[in-house]
Design a protein around this ligand. Structure first.
Ligand code: CA
Length: 247
């Protein structure tokens, strides 16, 4: 058996640290706690498996902490941000954050994000399974074939490039700019309306109910995420219903 993953929690609010300490230790994570950016940057030398980083810290902007952590390592970072700070989330993702959770957060959602981020981190860089499946969707990247519930779906080249980009980063949020650069090119990075149109088309072709997408999720103000089945976590339906949340 491998040892329990070590998580560094950088968060100034004591009640959130206490709460997360209880939750994370109950789920067999080991924890280092830091109440300031300065403590966090020192604690990062202990090489935790993942960092949970609050963006609102007393001594240094969380984005600056991100920047400093990223100059030293590729350690997975999940950001905690307050509601309404979409700009900060986008900035954090562009600085290399692996994911974010918005306060007040749902515990099951946070745990699912941690598991998914740790799983992705253990996979060799750039490697993705040649065949992706989630729900009734199947995408064969080697052959460029897409099917839903066993039926082949025809995608235009741009739709396919957009889907393939989401598949290659399945489970991770991609910002509007990430997707526009990857699919259309650098000069299109501000053309968010392209994305809206093409995501709409993909949902019509791939989702059972395009108005309530289950796989191609909008992350408001940030970007899009292709959901994956989380084999060791609660179902996505279940964690939206979970009542436990943190103020
Ligand atoms: Ca804070």
């Amino acid at each position: 058996m491998t040892t329990d993953p070590l998580i560094l929690l950088i968060e100034d609010e004591l009640h959130i640290r206490r709460f997360l300490r209880a939750v994370l230790t109950a789920h067999r994570y080991r924890l280092i706690e830091a109440a300031t950016a300065a403590e966090g940057l020192v604690a990062a030398q202990q090489q935790p498996a993942l960092v949970i980083l609050d963006l609102g810290l007393p001594d240094l902007d969380g984005l600056e902490v991100m920047r400093r952590l990223r100059t030293e390592s590729q350690i997975p970072i999940v950001v905690l941000s307050a509601r309404g700070q979409e700009g900060d989330k986008v900035a954090a993702l562009e600085l290399g954050a692996d994911d974010y959770v918005t306060k007040p957060f749902n515990v099951d959602e946070l745990l699912a994000r941690l598991r998914a981020t740790l799983r992705r981190a253990m996979r060799p860089r750039g490697e993705s399974a040649p065949v992706f499946t989630a729900g009734s969707l199947r995408v064969d990247l080697a052959n460029g074939q897409v099917s839903v519930a066993g039926r082949m779906v025809y995608l235009t080249p741009t739709e396919y490039r957009l889907l393939a980009e989401l598949v290659r980063h399945a489970g991770k949020v991609l910002t509007h700019r990430d997707l526009l650069r990857a699919v259309w090119g650098l000069e299109y990075e501000n053309e968010s309306q392209y994305l809206r149109v093409y995501m709409g088309q993909l949902r019509h072709k791939l989702e059972e109910n395009p108005a309530r997408p289950r796989l191609l999720r909008t992350e408001p103000g940030v970007g899009y995420r292709l959901l994956t089945d989380d084999p060791d976590g609660p179902s996505h339906a279940a964690h939206h219903q979970a009542a436990e949340s943190m103020p």
